[in-house]
Write a protein that binds this ligand. Sequence first.
Ligand code: PLP
Length: 477
Amino acid sequence: MQHHTQTIWNDSESEGNEPLLSEKRLETVEIEDTGLPDDLTRDSLELPELSEPELARHYTRLSQMNYGIDSGPYPLGSCTMKYNPKFTEDIAALPTASAHPDRDADSVQGILEVYHELQGYLAEIGGMDAVTLQPPAGAAGEYAGLLVTKAYHEENGEGEQRTDVIIPASAHGTNFASAALVGYNVIELPEDDDGRVDLDALDAAVDDSTAALMLTNPNTLGLFERDIEEIASLIHDAGGLLYYDGANLNALLGRGRPGDMGFDIMHYNVHKTFATPHGGGGPGAGPIGVSEELERFLPDPHVRESGDGDGYELATPEKTVGKVHGAKGNWLVLLKAHAYISRLGYEGLQDASAKAVLNANYLASQIDLEIPFEPFHHEFVASGGEQDAADFAKRMLDYGVHPPTTKWPGIVSEALMTEPTEAESKTTLDQLAEAFNAVTGEDDDALEQAPDQTSVKRIDQTIAARDPILSWHGLDD
Ligand SMILES: *Cc1c(COP(=O)(O)O)cnc(C)c1O
């Protein structure tokens, strides 16, 4: 007897096209008189009539159409998509963690204590004298840090004169945007042949109109800026400030401190380095740290120990740049960072950074692509060579892994910026390498069709950006 296999039960209309709940069964619910004004109420409402299992399966299917850090490795260079331990979520879900941001300081002393401790932890990690937790993202931290920069120069009577912010060409796009938003001219700095800051070009760019240099170290190629002390002197001698983009601190944790390298201001992305999953624009927190002479400009309010030493209070820094967030910061994200740092401790953080660097170097050693710049630390930038990096990345999806960051920085042709993070095992790194190597050398056809194993197939990126059809349906519907 011949058996025909056929899927009998399939609640979705077609693969990868899960209908909305409202497209399933609708029931019209009559609404009784509520006593509310007529123009604020309706007479009836169509609601999906579904059982709990149907509902649970709907959401489970939706989650399976997605890819996240809980489904596999996510080696996005610069973005540090590390696995975030679940205990931090448990702590953020404690009933005592939810307090209205506007409650007065006396009634939320425990929360203020966590803020204060986290300020201290981050200051210690970054080698900074004071930290504020207020900015809600890395870019918001840059913005706040540049407001501090501006306030500092204005206080020195140089507000008009210091018009320029110098940024290496390989920097993250938010650096340029933040500087422009604060009203600075952006001077783009080329890299030298080794992929580091070109000292001669820097020397030529710096003068008494320099407000700041924004830098990340290790840089986006994963290379340590060995000349950082010379760079710091150049900037400081000209009266400028040195800003550290600490979005991605994985290589430095417990090993080197931006403050010790001469940086005056830095931001931390707690949602990259300190245990909050991110992507899609949030949620995050981008605290900033500053040196002692800049503390008086920090955003308002600032959490500090109260005068009598008996608790914590909110204070307005003497020359504050004002508020940069509605509350005191993105509290639950900050709480997770506090939990993560306290659980790991100093040695745990050191261990994380060692493994982040080891994993990047191991993965790089297992893949067949050229990696033009070495020695790298927590991330490396491979070149797709003749293969288009974006197509390469899309094809990696067919092998079941998330691809790296593509086409940035520009100094590497068809750049594949890869950061496996400390959280992945050797087995996972080997699988990742296998996916890289499977795509390497594949012909253009396979690459240009990719991905075809995912729930959403290849999309037209230009149309997706310029004329998005924000629909749960396939584009051909
Ligand atoms: C992610 C990132 C930023 C910006 O952080 P957001 O929280 O996304 O605003 C800035 N610089 C670098 C190097 C980054 O990787």
